[in-house]
Design a protein around this ligand. Structure first.
Ligand code: COA
Length: 415
């Protein structure tokens, strides 16, 4: 097949089975329940699924799909601000059709749709060097991972919640969703960055239909939710615990125990930052940090910084050094954004012409692919400038760092 005979297209409802087949063949059988549920919820929503059809099929034969990709809206909370965001996932091209630009075209088109929809951030944890060509850069710290020991180390039915009451661990049901939302909102309130919402309905559907690959469990005590966990079978027969919260070490042990009863080896836990869960993990085995960050792309830095004005105002109010009126020019080499600070608040965020010399005396500068790391506070402006050559804090590094401090991010879960 040649590129001439392939066309990209919005996926239609009747493409779902073919998309599932490709995901099954390319990404693995364990992704099938998940892709089915996500298709059920999102196919037909403009800009969410795109496919490449091979037009070289004989007349009368429907053009088979050879490449697929999805972009699923999923907002992020930064401080008190909800940022419209999306995740790129399920990107797969049939082995016989690779290297012809199919996946690149799909991703480019999905990103354009997402930009038009008003998403100000796109995230992916896919192949970093593939995504770099679309403007993605490492933006958020990856979660630590822990290979959990066998069931023997895990909890016993005698474990109780914080107040010593008995615990029940059971599959989540639809009636739990409202309480789960409240529980997660309360559990993540201490994080600067967290998922804006979790896809409970889709997760419930996946785990209800696929008990060998997916699990959504809640820990309940006296009618109150005191923990939950979402686990998804990964490629090599590894049950990956993508998100888990617990109110106490006893709850964390029991959640671990329930998962270990499902799969007695190959339990890989992500550290999503919840204190009781993190302490439990740390007591089990060494925490290993993945070598690269979660990638993000920002289509419109001016718009994103404008949306974050309430956060900047809060940071300016907290900071002791940055109340002087000034214009902070942040060069991104091909464009510039100006943050105007007046009476301790951001009075304006506007674009300006590119600065030819990115290290001009009173400008800060950052390569565009590191901009998301600055906004999402991976190391703070100071730490970022220390690590990355083409990040320059300018003449007032402490003002830059007050505006862009290191942030405490809750690991963003996979789909
Ligand atoms: C990655 C994948 C989707 C690319 O599909 P494709 O239709 O061949 O993609 P394109 O032809 O648009 O682009 C291929 C480019 O991606 C590059 N690429 C492929 N795998 C890569 C990897 N692991 N890391 C970096 N680049 C990679 C190729 O080298 C090629 O680069 P070139 O254009 O400079 O020659 C396909 O190889 C695939 O389905 N892989 C298995 C599934 C997978 O890993 N999916 C996760 C993606 S997040």
């Amino acid at each position: 097949m040649t590129e001439r005979t392939a066309v990209t297209d919005e996926a239609r409802f009747d493409d779902a089975d073919q998309i599932v087949d490709i995901v099954d063949a390319v990404l693995g059988r364990h992704e099938v329940p998940s892709v089915r549920a996500w298709l059920r919820h999102t196919i037909g929503t403009p800009g969410s699924w795109r496919v490449v059809r091979d037009q070289s099929a004989p007349p009368g034969v429907a053009a088979p799909i050879v490449s697929v990709a999805a972009c699923i809206p999923m907002p992020i909370r930064l401080g008190s601000v909800s940022i419209p965001a999306a995740r790129i996932d399920f990107v797969a091209t049939r082995a016989s059709d690779r290297g012809q630009g199919h996946a690149s075209r799909l991703v480019r088109e999905l990103l354009a749709d997402s930009d038009r929809r008003g998403d100000l951030v796109q995230l992916t944890d896919g192949l970093p060097y593939f995504y770099r060509q679309f403007g993605f850069g490492y933006a958020l710290n990856p979660p630590g991972t822990v290979v959990l020991p066998r069931a023997g180390a895990a909890g016993s039915p005698g474990d109780r919640d914080v107040d010593g009451r008995p615990l029940t661990i059971r599959p989540a049901v639809t009636a739990d969703i409202e309480r789960l939302d409240r529980y997660v909102a309360a559990s993540t309130s201490g994080f600067d960055i967290a998922p804006g919402e979790l896809p409970w309905t889709t997760w419930l559907e996946i785990s209800a239909g696929a008990t060998d690959t997916d699990h959504l469990l809640v820990a309940e005590s006296d009618g109150a939710i005191v923990g939950f966990t979402r686990a998804h079978l990964d490629g090599d027969d590894v049950l990956r615990i993508q998100a888990s919260y617990a109110d106490s070490p006893g709850v964390a042990r029991r959640i671990h125990g329930a998962l270990a009863a499902i799969r007695n080896n190959g339990l890989l836990a992500l550290d999503c930052g919840n204190a009781a869960w993190r302490d439990h993990l740390a007591a089990q085995a060494p925490v290993v940090t993945l070598p690269f960050g979660i990638s993000a792309r920002t289509p419109d830095p001016v718009e994103l910084l404008g949306l974050l004005r309430p956060e900047f105002d809060r940071r300016l109010a907290d900071a002791s050094t940055s109340k002087t009126d000034r214009k902070l020019r942040l060069s991104m080499f091909t464009s510039t954004v100006v943050l105007e600070i007046l009476r301790g608040k951001i009075a304006d965020v506007r674009p300006a012409s590119p600065v030819e010399d990115p290290a001009a005396p009173d400008d800060a500068a950052i390569a565009p692919d590191w901009f998301p790391a600055l906004v999402f506070g991976r190391w703070g402006a100071r730490g970022l400038a220390e690590r990355v050559d083409d990040v320059i804090s300018g003449t007032d590094p402490s003002a830059m760092n007050n505006l862009f401090p290191a942030l405490n991010a809750h690991a963003l879960v996979d789909l």
